[in-house]
Design a protein around this ligand. Structure first.
Ligand code: ZN
Ligand code: ZN
Ligand code: FE
Length: 764
């Protein structure tokens, strides 16, 4: 075909962009770029992402493509970018076309902290949104937490009840404006209103006065509820020891560390030692809680993180938090408002009903939270991010699969730190942190989240995946569901294999890897409790090549809260009862003679004393034997205490172990440990031993890439030692940094496995 005159001087490109490109200011960005380069054509939201046709001088088109790729809007994430040349049509003007509502595939984006442009406006007395506590734009503000349904349009959000004033509407409709199609856009004239409630639910103040009253109460040492993006916080003065202690007492939370929100990064640096990576993470647009090193001096109340040298810190992430912190001199404790074992509270009525014994008043507003979402929690070790809770700012997370999924897959995860994962088309999606499913309320929240995701993606599962543990609430639910829906296939995945798979999923790995899955306890294929597993795994299958020598957990579940029982069990295995009675160590002394006899009997007979190869439990045993702690108040406490102790030691030594073909035997360590009187050295030698074990096994399998997953890898010191050693050896390894490395990642791993085996086992 001969080229037309137009096509000689002009070029037209059709571009398809997929990923997070809806509700993040992508179309106005394209529009403005096209304007700048004098291009004609259009941009629209298709069912499959954003579609652009751009026409103009060839050099300008090149430029356009280049800039789209290299400098997209801050909240956008481009997963695929396809571009083909088509016949020019003589367009001079560039327009934003109305959405072509096809099949909805565009991903839901997460809630993002206030951007600097909005912050500047909020602080500008001449701006019409001066001090406005709900300011936002396409670069920031609520998303997931206010979405009822897709596509992401105002009518499908909890902003639908607020009709835009003419000024806001103008901004919303102007493609050159920062608020073009910013769904939650609002102002004093048309947006949500702020109010201050007493415990009767009566409004006592509004607007500015509400903020003032809140701050006055905080200064008086009282606890106040404050509405955030995905739920309420309980807040009090973080410099006021008595206030913090009262909060703890009333909330019945004796020692589990509390997070603290500071006005700005400088204030954090006054009381914490930050690495550059810590600082960047704290300042990132996701604004997670970052666990950092506390300085020994500083005004922070001791009870915020008793006995440990770590603290979780974060910065204000909504304009409202910003306003509150601005009016205070001290940082604030900001902990999720919930009853223990229950989900985060999202409405003021339940807040007052459930927590009136903790709170004095509530700062709230009338923009509804439709989907609860906790704060995300992470820490940084040797420049690696360890995500302990993936929620606000990150969730829902989408990963694009290498190959399309033929079936709709839903994975229900584990029982603790529950999350959900969906796979369909080439998407793998992980829900935000739901929490431990130890109460009816929590399970209710799990089911609500499931409904939300089913609604978003118009999703009914063909395959449902759960853990092998017969007593997980999620497994029971999945089995019931499969029974009632005969078209749904049920798959069970071993817990630690799912940990390895989670890491593989995040990095899209499909080759064989050497996986270290060190964890609390999970149900093993041999009906014992696993948790110190070395696997050779790919997405289809795995082989358990090594595991830690199993320990008897005397009293089962009880032993998880009482590390001294696990330590005692190890002693029973290695020493006579008489020898143990004569041992002058805290572990033994923490029991009466009668208790020792009973426990010995249980151990001997194997009564309610399941075997477990868990490394998490080994941490417990070492914490007890070294005298660091005999009981734990929250999960993972012995790990944190040992880590803090180890940091005080400079020993280069490590404890010994022996390794045969299948079993890693740490009994030599126990003997050495009982000789070592320095607790700090015990802690460090233990962690160094774990590192040595891993490196040793890595050396046995030099040709496999290495994967780490499981709760034990939340230990900053272990991760730091390990990654340094592997970096030195130039060994390729993978660790999760976008998805939770603990049980929060299990659902992701389960779905990834189902995705790979659907072709093999389920057919078609
Ligand atoms: Zn903004
Ligand atoms: Zn307005
Ligand atoms: Fe686990």
């Amino acid at each position: 075909m001969p080229l037309s005159v137009a096509s000689i001087s002009k070029r037209r490109a059709r571009i398809c962009v997929r990923g997070i490109v809806q509700g993040v200011g992508f179309r106005p960005f394209v529009y403005q770029l096209a304007q700048e380069l004098s291009l004609g054509g259009f941009v629209l939201n298709g069912g499959d992402g954003v579609i652009i046709e751009a026409e103009g001088r060839p050099v300008s088109i090149d430029n356009f493509i280049d800039k789209l790729n290299s400098n997209p809007p801050p909240l956008a994430r481009i997963d695929s970018f396809r571009c083909v040349d088509i016949e020019p049509q003589g367009d001079d003007e560039f327009i934003i076309q109305h959405s072509n509502r096809g099949k909805i595939k565009t991903m839901v984006s997460s809630d993002i902290s206030m951007c600097s442009a909005c912050k500047d406006e909020m602080n500008d007395p001449k701006n019409r949104r001066y001090k406005y506590p709900f300011i936002n734009c396409t670069d920031c503000g609520p998303r997931y937490t206010i979405i009822e349904n897709l596509p992401y349009d105002r009518v499908n959000t909890s902003m639908s009840v607020f009709s835009m004033c003419s000024k806001c509407k103008q901004e919303y409709e102007d493609p050159s404006n920062r608020r073009f199609h910013a769904q939650p856009v609002s102002c004093y004239d048309c947006g949500p209103s702020l109010y201050f409630l007493d415990l009767e639910g009566q409004i006592n103040a509004k607007g500015e006065d509400a903020i003032e009253d809140t701050c006055r109460m905080i200064k008086e040492g009282k606890s106040v509820g404050i509405k955030g993006l995905g739920g309420f916080h309980i807040v009090c003065d973080a410099n006021n020891e008595e206030a913090v202690r009262n909060l703890r007492k009333n909330k019945n939370r004796p020692t589990k560390p509390l997070a603290v929100m500071f006005k700005n990064i400088e204030k954090i640096k006054e009381v914490c030692l930050l690495t550059k990576a810590d600082e960047e993470m704290i300042l990132s647009k996701e604004r997670p809680i970052v666990i950092v090193q506390k300085k020994r001096s500083g005004n922070l109340a001791y009870s915020i993180a008793p006995n440990i040298s770590r603290i979780g810190v974060f910065l204000p992430y909504t304009p409202l938090h910003e306003r509150v912190l601005d009016a205070l001199d001290s940082p604030i404790v900001a902990t999720s408002a919930n009853l223990s074992d229950e989900s985060i509270i999202v409405d003021e009525k339940s807040l007052i009903q459930k927590l009136s014994h903790v709170l004095s008043a509530v700062l709230s507003h009338d923009r509804k939270i439709l989907n609860a979402c906790d704060d995300s929690v992470c820490m940084i070790s040797n420049n690696k991010t360890i995500l302990m809770r993936m929620a606000r700012g990150y969730a829902p997370l989408s990963i694009s699969l290498k190959q399309k999924s033929l079936k709709k897959i839903m994975a229900v995860g584990a029982n603790q730190k529950s999350t959900l994962a969906l796979a369909f088309d080439d998407n793998l999606i992980l829900s935000p942190h739901i929490g431990d499913l130890n109460s009816l309320d929590a399970f209710d929240y799990f089911q609500r989240t499931m409904q939300t995701f089913k609604r978003f993606y118009n999703f009914e599962p063909d395959i449902i995946v759960c853990d092998k543990h017969p007593n997980y609430e999620t497994s029971k639910w999945a089995k019931e569901f499969a029974k009632e829906n005969s078209n749904t296939v049920l798959l069970e995945v071993q817990h630690h294999y799912a940990h390895a798979l989670a890491c593989m999923a995040e990095h899209n790995l499909d080759e064989k890897v050497l996986a270290f899955c060190f964890d609390g306890t999970g149900y093993g294929d041999d009906n014992t409790l696993w948790g110190g597993e070395v696997l050779i795994a790919d997405p289809v299958d795995y082989e358990r090549i090594k595991h830690f020598r199993p320990i008897r957990l005397i009293g089962g579940e009880k032993a998880v809260r009482e590390p001294n029982r696990i330590a005692l069990s190890l002693l029973f295995e290695m020493y006579s009862f008489e020898d143990i009675l004569n041992m002058d160590i805290e572990c033994v002394k923490s029991f009466t003679n009668k208790e020792l006899k009973t426990l010995y009997m249980m151990y001997e007979k194997g009564l309610n004393s399941p075997l477990s190869s868990s490394v998490g439990r080994l941490f417990d045993a070492v914490a007890s034997l070294s005298g660091v702690s005999q009981k734990v108040a929250y999960e993972g406490e012995s790990g944190i205490l040992l880590e803090c102790a180890a940091e005080n030691s400079y020993t280069k030594d490590a404890f010994s172990y022996v390794k045969d073909e299948n079993v890693i035997d740490y009994r030599p360590m126990i003997k050495e440990l009982l000789q070592e009187k320095d607790k700090d050295a015990v802690a460090l030698k233990f962690i160094s031993m774990l590192k040595n074990i891993i490196i040793d096994i890595c050396d046995e399998y030099p040709y496999l890439n290495v994967v780490f997953s499981g709760g034990v890898f939340q230990n900053r010191l272990l991760v730091s030692q390990l990654t340094q050693a592997l970096d030195k050896k130039n060994r390729k390894y993978y660790m999760q940094d976008k998805t939770p490395i603990n049980d929060g990642g299990i659902a992701l791993g389960q779905a990834y496995h189902a995705h790979y085996i659907q072709r093999i086992k389920i057919g078609k």
